[in-house]
Design a protein around this ligand. Structure first.
Ligand code: SF4
Ligand code: SF4
Length: 446
């Protein structure tokens, strides 16, 4: 397999043309399908084609829509308020087979997305076995690891599952319980077993990484987290910054965006401590906070950003209020469609085309990187201040985001036409806008 850096170089005129020629020579069959597709993607992306022959290379699927935790920093509380009787939306092997047209040609499949715990899906091991044996798909999961039982761990080792990213936002028992609501001893025991079994079987995979999203309430936890990373065999600790939302911490001002000097000092301490302890961090250098307060200006966006996601990614996220449905998108900013996966057929390339080359996706490809006609959601996404607003003003952030989504769909409908398809609904706005959440809150208060 070519390295990521080498692959990125293909997204230029002549390398993209050359890769396309090589792609045409590769048979469209079995484990070769993905190589054929990977080499075709730079061409459609570089030339910003709207209707494309290449398939997505990165797929995200939420294999269920429920979680056994109630982390304080998670929007699960919003989802639970809006949908007290959440549907489970379990993805079984039949759903995976229905998604085979694009799973067979993708480079990487991530199991995550939304407020759900992927390992609650009882078919998880079977799905991994099927995709590894048939297509050699590279796979990762984002999990709290509380359900990583021995059978599953053995299965993941046996079939060479690639990466487990463990949400590990506190390292002490008390803080973990307080912030993540689970029992850290169970998680640690699961990871210990995995580490021992990998060693006994002489395997490096699955690689385990820890995800640590830093905020004021867990800033003192990094030493505990690093100790655990070392003893439980995590290869890297990913340092993220907490991002705000409708969660249980929203009124507590926990983000270091409110106090960037203090936040940057904590970051320095974290990186010094990691270096002393031989812990590998990602990113390798601290990404400091630079702005404290911002005034939103919709025109203050970075037009030089070239987003490639409408050509490379396809995401299937949970619809918590409806059975057997997924929201479909190419990124985390906007869901474009709601599909009923027990109705819509996506097994063949022709069936996939209905979704992957839908006018809404063609419109996104046409406008995402356009200087003059950039669409409202991409303009909002490329704004220099989106992240800061999100972390410091939940109300304003929600209003701007929901409006950008509504404007995107209004512009799309004004400029393009499309046919109604059974099982595929083109959205008109954020399906769970902040207004709906506020209304529900008020109803409960009264
Ligand atoms: S484990 Fe993940 S999905 Fe579940 S509540 Fe915590 S952050 Fe949310
Ligand atoms: S909103 Fe637009 S620019 Fe942002 S990630 Fe999605 S497609 Fe790319």
């Amino acid at each position: 397999m070519i390295s990521v850096n080498l692959y990125k170089r293909l997204f230029n005129k002549f390398p993209a043309l050359f890769a396309k020629v090589i792609s045409a020579l590769i048979p469209n069959f079995g484990k070769l399908k993905k190589y054929k597709n990977i080499l075709a993607v730079p061409y459609s992306t570089y030339f910003q084609q709207q209707k494309i022959k290449s398939n997505p290379i990165r797929i995200l699927i939420a294999p269920t829509s429920v979680c056994n935790y109630r982390c304080l920093f998670c929007e699960i509380h919003k989802d639970n308020l809006l949908y007290p009787n959440r549907s489970q939306n379990v993805v079984d092997l039949n759903v995976i087979k229905n998604y085979e047209s694009f799973l067979s040609s993708s480079y990487k499949l991530s199991f995550s997305g939304g407020t759900e715990e992927p390992l609650l899906n009882k078919d998880f091991g079977k799905i991994v076995q099927y995709l590894k044996q048939k297509y050699g798909t590279k796979m990762m999961v984002n999990t709290n690891a509380s359900m990583l039982n021995r059978d599953l761990a053995d299965n993941l080792i046996k079939f060479g599952f690639d990466l487990i990213l463990v949400s590990y936002h506190a390292g002490s028992k008390e803080k973990y319980k307080e912030l993540m609501t689970g029992n850290i001893d169970i998680v640690d025991e699961n990871l210990r077993y995995l580490k021992i079994q990998k060693k006994q079987n002489g395997k490096n995979k699955p690689v385990v990484n820890f995800n640590f999203a830093l905020h004021k309430l867990n800033a003192a936890e990094y030493e505990f987290i690093f100790e655990k990373a070392k003893s439980l065999g995590a290869s890297q600790v990913i340092i993220n910054k907490y991002y705000g939302g409708r969660n249980r911490l929203q009124d507590k001002k926990v983000s270091f965006d409110y106090d960037i000097k203090e936040g940057n000092q904590v970051l320095d301490k974290i990186y010094v401590c990691a270096e002393k302890g031989g812990i590998q961090l990602r990113p390798p250098m601290p990404q400091y906070w630079t702005k404290e307060k911002v005034k939103w200006n919709p025109e203050y966006f970075d037009a030089s950003i070239k987003c490639t996601l409408p050509w490379t990614n396809l995401n299937f996220k949970p619809v918590v209020g409806e059975k057997n449905c997924h929201y479909v998108s190419v990124c985390n900013r906007i869901n474009l469609f709601k599909i009923a996966y027990d109705k819509i057929q996506l097994k063949t390339q022709k069936q996939l085309d209905v979704l992957w080359n839908h006018p809404a996706l063609q419109y996104l490809r046409k406008t995402v990187n356009s200087k003059e006609m950039i669409n409202p959601i991409c303009k909002y996404c490329k704004n220099y201040d989106t992240a800061t607003i999100r972390n410091t003003d939940a109300q304003q952030y929600a209003e701007i985001r929901d409006k950008a989504m509504r404007d995107f769909f209004a512009e799309f409908r004004e400029q393009c036409s499309f046919e109604e398809i059974d099982g595929l609904e083109v959205l008109t706005e954020n399906p769970d806008p902040d207004e709906k959440f506020q209304k529900k809150l008020k109803e409960l208060e009264n």
